[in-house]
Design a binder for this molecule. Structure first.
Ligand SMILES: *Cc1c(COP(=O)(O)O)cnc(C)c1O
Length: 396
């Protein structure tokens, strides 16, 4: 049997990630591969650090892109900052907090869980109570933007509470970076990781990370070796550290890094704050459309993520059938519910290059058409108008 080249269709990606990749990024990926120690490539890595510092709003020297997806960024934060026997406070209000717990346990440390309902933000009062009850806790870990539920937590308050009790902070910003307000230095986040494929609209497989001076001190004064050779930042820094003495650690994913560089250049051209604003304004338009249709967002308004909209599925609707018609007939991908929310919600992403007025109208029109076809109890003929009103009001 002859296997032919793989030619994927052109989809519109409005799920929990990946998001639509900007054509400029796809172009950058196809540029000639050069060596990972080529002086020109090393120069691009230096620019990448500056661009990441801009996106994270930080001056942290230890800012780089881990050569693996967001999950590896998560693991980088935990394996470098946690030692066997440590106590770590882990906030869980969705899928990704559960993965943080796994990481802590696999580092030989003890997680103290702070639980909140799925769809709700982390409750800072519970974090403070846990810090008081566990004075030995060395770290507080939380997810800034819970992609599994669409809830955004108050990273600034949680970071201040942790520092007041002598603990450092690990924040998951996989879905927040570039899509909603985030200030690493201003909020005092010690270790942060993100992903290339959500609001940066790059291809998946890279994880930007940044570590504060306090975090670096903690890593340097470890009593035990980091158990992961690949993610040990002491070793990774011999390559990413800058200066002239770069040494081989692993072969960087050269072309993938061209893509991330281009994604960050695009972000800088738009302006970080403008990107946050675009995500927010288009979320308002999408929300107006869903609400006009009679569909409800499950996250309380004050904690809603603009880039991930969680919609309750109307009574009696086969949610998987809706997603499959959207995908097969309209080339539109939206996400299913996960964990506690499986079968109860759709997750509609508005991330990066996917967050456009065109996609908002397309998604609303397609969902309305399919729900009407399946006799779902929704209002017809009003969603697009409601969204259009906001799009015009906001000047797009
Ligand atoms: C997507 C995501 C991850 C995992 O990133 P991968 O690139 O899939 O490994 C981690 N945390 C959050 C909040 C995410 O949305």
């Amino acid at each position: 049997m002859t296997i032919h080249s793989f030619h994927p269709p052109v989809r519109t990606l409005m799920g929990p990630g990946p998001s639509d990749v900007h054509p400029r990024i796809l172009g950058a990926l196809a540029r000639p591969t050069i060596g990972h120690l080529d002086p020109l490539f090393v120069g691009m890595m230096d620019e990448m650090k500056t661009l990441l510092q801009y996106a994270f709003k930080t001056k942290n020297e230890l800012t780089l892109s881990v050569s693996a997806p967001g999950s590896a960024g998560m693991e980088t934060a935990f394996v470098n900052l946690v030692e066997p026997g440590d106590t770590v406070i882990v906030c869980q209000n969705g899928v990704f907090g559960g993965r943080m717990k796994e990481n802590v346990e696999r580092c030989g440390a003890t997680p103290v869980m702070v639980q909140d309902d799925w769809g709700m933000p982390v409750d800072p009062q519970k974090v403070e109570d846990a810090l008081k009850a566990n004075p030995a806790a060395k770290l507080v870990a939380f997810v800034h933007a819970e992609t599994s539920t669409g809830a955004q937590s108050d990273a600034k308050t949680i970071s201040h509470l942790a520092h007041a009790h002598g603990a450092l902070v690990i924040a998951d910003a996989v879905t927040s970076l570039g899509g909603s307000e985030l200030e690493v230095d201003g909020w005092g986040i010690d270790a942060i990781y993100s992903g290339s494929q959500k609001c940066l609209s790059c291809t998946p497989g890279l994880s930007p990370v940044s570590f504060s001076e306090h975090a670096v001190e903690r890593i340097k004064s470890r009593k035990t070796k980091v158990q992961s050779w690949f993610l040990d930042l002491n070793l990774v820094m011999s390559y990413w550290g800058g200066g002239t003495k770069r040494a081989y650690h692993h072969t960087a994913p050269i072309n993938a890094l061209y893509g991330l560089h281009e994604a960050l250049v695009i972000l800088q051209e738009e302006g970080l704050e403008n990107s946050w604003k675009r995500h927010y304004n288009l979320h308002l338009a999408l929300k107006a459309g869903f609400e006009a249709m009679g569909l409800a967002l499950i996250v309380p308004e004050a904690a809603r993520l603009p880039q991930l909209n969680t919609i309750a599925i109307p009574e009696g609707v086969d949610e998987a059938l809706v997603r499959s018609i959207l995908l097969n007939r309209y080339n539109l991908e939206i996400g299913a519910g996960l964990g506690a929310l499986a079968g109860k919600v759709w997750r509609v992403g508005l991330m990066g290059h996917s967050a456009t007025p065109k996609n908002v109208l397309f998604c609303l029109a397609a969902m309305e058409a399919v729900l009407t076809e399946l006799n779902a109890p929704i209002q017809c003929g009003v969603a697009v108008q409601a969204a259009q009103k906001i799009i015009v009001e906001k000047g797009y």
